[in-house]
Design a protein around this ligand. Structure first.
Ligand SMILES: CC(C)(COP(=O)(O)OP(=O)(O)OC[C@H]1O[C@@H](n2cnc3c(N)ncnc32)[C@H](O)[C@@H]1OP(=O)(O)O)[C@@H](O)C(=O)NCCC(=O)NCCS
Length: 183
């Protein structure tokens, strides 16, 4: 995994003013992609509520900006809600269509991995929408994730069955040491 930063792109914590752009980036995938299996884009109030839920639970929610323009966002959330999963996060990352393939995703996910590791999480799981999604699968492989499983035909969108592809990245010591319960 290389971490060289693309020119003029920075990452920071999400702010309220970013949410309309975040919503439009997400809506494009809801309407045209299979990364999200929602079929109708949420409104701004709902997107804000979701962000608040993630941040209030202590998970990182970050954006990539070029100048004043938000060009991508990422966050971590609980992989599953039961306490035994508390050292594991699921990642979400969306880059605006016009900023893709310029290293922004790599920068933003490296940043999320660093923040999650610092917070004491030990595993990151990517739940990739569909086996045909080379964009997302190759991206996560490039970032060091391993393909650990596929749940076949568990989703249905755009009149076709979709697989859930599970990819995993150990964070920090992974399972090599006992975790600290400070998270
Ligand atoms: C997947 C996504 C986050 C990648 O972000 P990005 O900024 O376009 O990717 P980067 O420029 O950082 O690319 C990093 C690596 O990912 C892989 N990659 C990125 N886009 C790819 C594509 N369309 N096809 C194949 N591999 C791709 C490549 O290995 C690339 O390295 P390279 O350019 O040196 O070959 C972005 O395309 C996106 O937002 N897609 C829609 C939403 C989505 O699928 N999110 C993931 C949800 S699990």
């Amino acid at each position: 995994m290389t971490n060289e930063a693309p020119a003029n792109i920075e990452t920071r914590v999400v702010e309220d003013k970013d949410l309309p752009t975040i919503l439009s980036i997400y809506a494009e995938q809801v309407l045209h992609g299979v990364s999200s299996w929602e079929e109708t884009p949420p409104d701004l109030a709902e997107m804000t509520k979701r962000r608040d839920g993630i941040v209030d639970a202590g998970y990182p929610y970050r954006v990539a900006v070029r100048g004043d323009e938000v060009i991508g966002y990422s966050y971590a959330s609980a992989y599953r809600p039961r306490p035994g999963y508390r050292f594991t996060v699921e990642n979400s990352i969306y880059i605006s269509q016009t900023a893709r393939r310029s290293g922004c995703g790599k920068l933003l996910l490296a940043d999320l991995i660093e923040v999650c590791t610092a917070q004491g999480y030990r595993q990151m799981i990517a739940v990739v929408g569909d086996s045909d999604n080379a964009m997302s699968i190759d991206f996560h492989l490039k970032m060091g994730f391993e393909h650990v499983g596929t749940i076949k035909a568990i989703g249905y969108k755009f009149d076709r069955w979709l697989d859930s592809v599970l990819m995993q990245l150990p964070l920090g010591d992974g399972s090599q040491t006992t975790p600290s319960d400070g998270t």
